[in-house]
Design a protein around this ligand. Structure first.
Ligand SMILES: O=C(NCCc1nnc(-c2ccc3[nH]cnc3c2)[nH]1)c1cc(-c2ccc(F)cc2)cc(O)c1O
Ligand SMILES: [Mg+2]
Length: 208
């Protein structure tokens, strides 16, 4: 049967990227998605904004919601010190299978813990399962209607960075973080990955 898009993306990584070289993995995915087949990775333009926020926060613990093929997982992990921890949640087992291989090809498996399941179930269990009370940085890139309920599950002191606040959009989340006294929010205008369509990242600092 026909391969899936994540399988074709992984094949492009294994063909064009050097094992153990995360930057070549990121480059191979961006080239594949720009010139061969679009895929919903955060991409190179928004990826640079992601990189700058990760570097600024310099987190010891990161939670990523929505692994997909592991593109942003690799970008984030590459910027973390060896003892830092990145937990990434993926709901779709087919995506998780691919993401594990992309993360391994990039040589980042030490810092990354990919957990399969739904954010609504797993976030409340974070504390006991991973001994993590709160995360220094949370990257929201999963189902857009889960951003707000999951943010409310996590109100324990961290920086939230949300992808796709314009396209596909998460209007209830955006309204909440921009109008709640609990957050200081900032919009980074950009474009939907590999296109000219407007999109952006919203960075929201929890004020406690
Ligand atoms: O849907 C997206 N991303 C979400 C993937 C996902 N698939 N499954 C999950 C999940 C759901 C529960 C979860 N609970 C825990 N992890 C979870 C992961 N997330 C997404 C879509 C687009 C997009 C834009 C324009 C278009 F015309 C078509 C598409 C762009 C993007 O950057 C995205 O991130
Ligand atoms: Mg996204």
């Amino acid at each position: 049967t026909r391969s899936t898009r994540p399988q074709r993306l992984l094949a492009a990584v294994q063909k064009n990227a050097t094992r153990g070289d995360p930057r070549s993995v990121v480059k191979a995915i961006d080239e594949f998605c720009r010139y061969t087949e679009w895929a919903m990775n955060v991409g190179d333009e928004k990826g640079c904004i992601l990189d700058s926020v990760v570097s600024e926060v310099n987190p010891a613990t990161v939670l990523e919601l929505g692994t997909y093929c592991g593109y942003s997982t690799v970008r984030i992990a590459t910027l973390l010190p060896p003892d830092a921890k990145l937990i990434t949640l993926e709901f779709n087992p087919d995506f998780a299978v691919i993401a594990r291989q992309v993360i391994a090809w990039a040589g980042q498996e030490e810092k990354v813990h990919l957990v399969e399941g739904s954010s609504g179930d797993l976030i409340p269990k974070m504390k006991e399962q991973f001994g993590v009370k709160s995360f220094d940085l949370v990257f929201l890139d999963h189902w857009k209607d889960r951003y707000l309920p999951d943010a409310k599950l996590m109100e324990a002191g961290s920086v939230l960075l949300a992808d796709n606040v314009i396209c596909p959009g998460s209007p209830d989340y955006l309204d909440y973080v921009r109008n709640s006294p609990k957050y200081r929010s900032q919009y980074f205008k950009s474009h939907l990955e590999y296109t000219k369509v407007e999109d952006g990242l919203e960075k929201s600092v929890f004020l406690g």
